[in-house]
Design a protein around this ligand. Structure first.
Ligand code: R5P
Length: 302
């Protein structure tokens, strides 16, 4: 039997929350959130959650200021009788420090996962940066649901870029770049990348010469400092390729990264809606709505 579900949107997530409420059979969650003058968080839930499932929408770029209110709110609705509390985090943070690279560090991917797992029963995200952990469930002990943007990115390329050559900037990107290229029916190449520091990246591509007539479409999961994309764009321009189109799943864009990338010789920069940003051009609502509607249908059948 289907249980009533209340959906809350955290600040900054209004658009996805509103669209989900229009597309899925959820009750709207009403809450108040503000910051006390001393910087602490005030949270108050006005919705009846007793005996119901709760989902909270909160994408987790710039996670440090979001995580505490999120955990407090999950605890609050649990204390008020919610049967389960799920997190919709279209972008999941702290996925890249997934090993001890240098003596004295910690595996913050794991520590962050442990925090979320302490108060949530389920997490739904899009293309988490999985590198040394193969599955999200290797990190998160709660139920994990992962959506993939490859299909909608491939559809966007098919519709907008005749004669595309899909390019992944590093070996980690091979997993989604090969899938995007297969679905978009284009050739693809994966570059070699060496990262020497947060903003110090070099890239190299073999075999680009035979694609001189193609439009390079760079596809990466995260654009943060933009250095990976910018170095790739400049490498391709130096090889006399046409101005590339850059596609990122997660528009993190630290500091001036977006402006720097726009000024690096690209044709355009397009991202999905996992993080609200002016570059968003590929809407993931159908993925989220499809997921929740199929879960609702399964529950109705039980
Ligand atoms: C790392 O392996 C990721 O897939 C991205 O390539 C990386 O996070 C991009 O970072 P940035 O924009 O800072 O170069």
């Amino acid at each position: 039997m289907k249980m009533n579900t209340v959906l809350f949107g955290f600040p900054g997530n209004e658009e996805l929350t509103r669209k989900l409420l229009n597309s899925v059979d959820f009750e709207i969650g009403d809450c108040e959130m503000r910051t006390f003058p001393d910087g602490e968080s005030y949270l108050r839930n006005y919705s009846n959650v007793a005996g119901k499932k709760v989902w909270i929408v909160c994408t987790l770029d710039r996670p440090n200021t979001k995580i505490l209110p999120l955990l407090f709110f999950a605890k609050t609705v649990k204390a008020q009788g919610a049967v389960s509390v799920g997190l919709v985090a279209p972008y999941l943070a702290y996925m890249r420090q997934d090993k001890i690279f240098n003596r004295g560090e910690g595996i913050t991917s794991k520590y962050f996962a442990d925090l979320i797992c302490g108060d949530f029963d389920e997490v739904l995200t899009v293309d988490p940066h999985l590198h040394r952990f193969t599955n999200l469930s290797d990190l998160y002990s709660i139920a994990t649901n992962v959506l993939h943007a490859a299909g909608v990115i491939a559809a966007w390329i098919k519709e907008n870029v005749p004669n595309a050559l899909v390019i992944g900037p590093d070996s980690e990107s091979a997993q989604w770049v090969s899938e995007v290229a297969k679905l978009a029916q284009t050739p693809y190449l994966v570059m070699e990348k060496e990262r020497k520091g947060d903003r110090d990246v070099t890239v190299f591509v073999h075999g680009i010469e035979k694609y001189a007539e193609h439009v390079p479409v760079l596809v990466d999961d995260i654009i943060s400092t933009g250095r990976t994309m910018i170095e790739t764009v400049q490498h391709l321009l130096a090889k006399n390729m046409p101005a590339p189109i850059c596609i990122g799943v997660h528009a993190v864009f630290a500091d001036e990264a977006y402006e720097d990338l726009l000024n690096s010789g690209v044709q355009s920069v397009v991202t999905t809606t996992t993080i609200p940003h002016p570059s968003n051009g590929i809407d993931l609502l159908p993925l989220f709505a499809g997921h929740f509607n199929s879960v609702n249908l399964e529950e109705e059948d039980l």
